[in-house]
Design a protein around this ligand. Structure first.
Ligand SMILES: [Zn+2]
Ligand SMILES: [Zn+2]
Length: 425
C-alpha cells in the first residue's frame, strides 16, 4: 500500500505548478486578442485581391510547364524570381533543383515549411486556359499549388516578419513523386537546427477549405521487394531444383503474413505484383524473379513486415532446396517510411489552421495507405503533415485532376499562421 508523506505532497504540488506554468503549455494557450489580431493581419494580406491574383498567376505559370523529378529548373526559376521580388534571401541549387529560403532574424529557433515541386508523367485531359503545355506531363498532385501557397506564405511572413519569434525556413523540394527529393534535401543539411516542420498537401476527399490530419500514425510507409530464386536446370524432376514451385509456395505464404500474423486493427498490405520466369514447355527455368509492394503504419510494424517478407521467402525457398536473394532497395520504387505526426506539433498546427478556417472546418483524418516522402523529414525532426480540401472531384494522379484555386490563399495563410504562432502565443 502506498502512504503519502509530506515529501509526496510537495512533489504533487510541484508537478501541478509545472503543469500550469510550463512555457510549453503556455504556448498552446492561445490568447484570444493576440490570436484575432494575428489572424486578421494574415488574412488581410492573404485575401487582398492583388495577393490572390498573384498567387493564382504563379500556380498557373507552373501548371502550364510541369516538370518531372529533378527537372524542375523552370519551376525553380519562378520561385527564385518571386523570392527576389519579395526581397527574401535563399540558397540554390539545393539537391539539384531545390530552393531553401529564410525569413526572420537568421538565428535559432528555426521552423520549416515545406512544398514539393515536381509533376507527373500524365497527360492532362482538362480543357482550360492554363492547361499543361507539355505533352504527357501534368501537375496532377497539386505540387504547383503547393509551391504557389508557400510563396504566398513567404509574402505574408515577409510583411509580418516583425511578429516572428522564429526564423522560418521555406523548403521548396524536388522529386517527391520519385520518393527521393526529401532524402536528398536532408543530405544537404536543410534540417540542421530546425526544431519543427510543417507540410500541407491538397486533398480531394475533403470539401474546399476543410483541413484534416491526425496525431501519430497518419500515412503508411511503402516499400518494394524483389526476390530472385535460383533453381537448377534439369529435365528429370527428381534431380531438379524447381524455382517455379519455390516461387509459387513463397507467393502463397506471403499472403498469410497479413491474414494470420498481423492484428486486424493494424492495417498492412503485402501484394505480389510481378512474376517473371524464362518460358519453355519442357524446360524448367534456372531462376524466377517476383516482386511487389508492402505497406504499414508506424515504423515498428513497417520494419517487422519487411523482416517477415524476407524470412517467409527464404524459408519457403529452402523447403524446395532452392536459394533466394531478396532485394528491398528498389531504385524505381524507393522505400518511404510511414508518415507519423508529432503530437505536440500536430496540436499547434491544428490551432494555427483553425485560426484561419475556423474550428468547424478542422477534421480528424483517417489513416490511409498512401505514402509521402515528407515522411523522411518527420524522421529527422518533429513535425506534421496536414491535408487541405481543394474542391477537386477527381483524385490526385488523375488526368482530370482540377483544383478550385480559391484554396491557394487559404493554404498560404495556414502556412503563415503556423510559423507566426510558433512560440508567439
Ligand atoms: Zn503524388
Ligand atoms: Zn503529392
Amino acid at each position: 500500500m502506498m502512504v503519502l508523506n509530506n515529501h509526496h505532497v510537495r512533489l504533487v504540488l510541484f508537478l501541478i505548478f509545472l503543469f500550469f506554468f510550463n512555457p510549453t503549455c503556455l504556448s498552446f494557450n492561445f490568447n484570444t486578442n493576440q490570436t484575432s489580431s494575428l489572424r486578421n493581419q494574415i488574412l488581410e494580406i492573404a485575401n487582398n485581391p492583388s495577393t490572390v491574383k498573384w498567387i493564382k498567376n504563379i500556380r498557373r505559370e507552373i501548371h502550364e510547364y510541369p516538370e518531372l523529378a529533378y527537372e524542375e529548373f523552370k519551376t525553380s526559376s519562378v520561385i527564385r524570381r518571386e523570392l527576389d521580388n519579395l526581397g527574401v534571401g535563399y540558397e540554390w541549387p539545393v539537391a539539384k533543383t531545390g530552393v531553401v529560403a529564410k525569413i526572420g532574424s537568421g538565428f535559432p529557433p528555426f521552423v520549416a515549411l515545406r512544398a514539393d515541386m515536381d509533376a507527373l508523367p500524365i497527360q492532362e485531359l482538362v480543357d482550360w486556359d492554363h492547361k499543361s503545355k507539355v505533352d504527357g506531363k501534368m501537375h496532377a498532385c497539386a505540387h504547383d499549388a503547393h509551391v504557389a501557397m508557400l510563396l504566398g506564405a513567404a509574402k505574408i511572413l515577409q510583411e509580418m516578419k516583425d511578429k516572428l519569434k522564429v526564423t522560418v525556413v521555406l523548403i521548396f523540394q524536388p522529386a517527391e513523386e520519385r520518393g527521393v527529393g526529401a532524402k536528398d534535401m536532408i543530405k544537404e543539411n536543410v534540417l540542421d537546427d530546425v526544431e519543427a516542420v510543417f507540410g500541407l498537401h491538397l486533398a480531394t476527399q475533403y470539401p474546399l477549405g476543410v483541413v484534416a490530419s491526425r496525431p501519430g500514425d497518419f500515412l503508411a510507409g511503402c516499400g518494394s521487394f524483389k526476390a530472385k530464386i535460383k533453381g537448377d536446370l534439369a529435365r528429370i524432376p527428381h534431380h531438379c531444383l524447381d524455382p517455379i514451385l519455390a516461387a509459387s509456395a513463397s507467393v502463397i505464404s506471403l499472403q498469410n503474413i497479413v491474414s494470420r500474423e498481423v492484428d486486424p486493427l493494424d492495417s498492412q498490405v503485402v501484394s505480389v505484383a510481378m512474376i517473371r520466369a524464362v518460358p519453355g514447355h519442357e524446360l524448367i527455368p534456372d531462376s524466377v524473379t517476383f516482386g511487389g509492394t508492402y505497406r504499414a503504419f508506424g515504423k515498428k510494424s513497417f520494419n517487422a513486415l519487411r523482416q517477415r517478407i524476407e524470412e517467409v521467402i527464404k524459408a519457403q525457398v529452402e523447403v524446395h532446396r532452392c536459394s533466394a536473394e531478396v532485394d528491398f532497395i528498389g531504385k524505381e520504387h524507393p522505400t518511404i517510411p510511414p508518415t507519423t505526426n508529432d503530437e505536440r506539433i500536430y496540436q499547434l498546427a491544428k490551432q494555427a489552421s483553425s485560426m484561419i478556417v475556423g474550428e468547424e472546418n478542422i477534421k480528424l483524418a483517417q489513416t490511409f495507405t498512401a505514402s509521402e516522402d515528407y515522411a523522411f523529414f518527420l524522421e529527422k525532426v518533429p513535425g506534421t503533415l496536414f491535408l487541405l480540401g481543394c474542391g477537386s472531384i477527381y483524385s490526385a494522379h488523375s488526368s482530370h485532376f482540377f483544383i478550385d484555386e480559391d484554396v491557394l490563399p487559404i493554404g498560404a495563410a495556414i502556412h503563415a499562421a503556423f510559423a507566426l504562432s510558433y512560440h508567439s502565443l
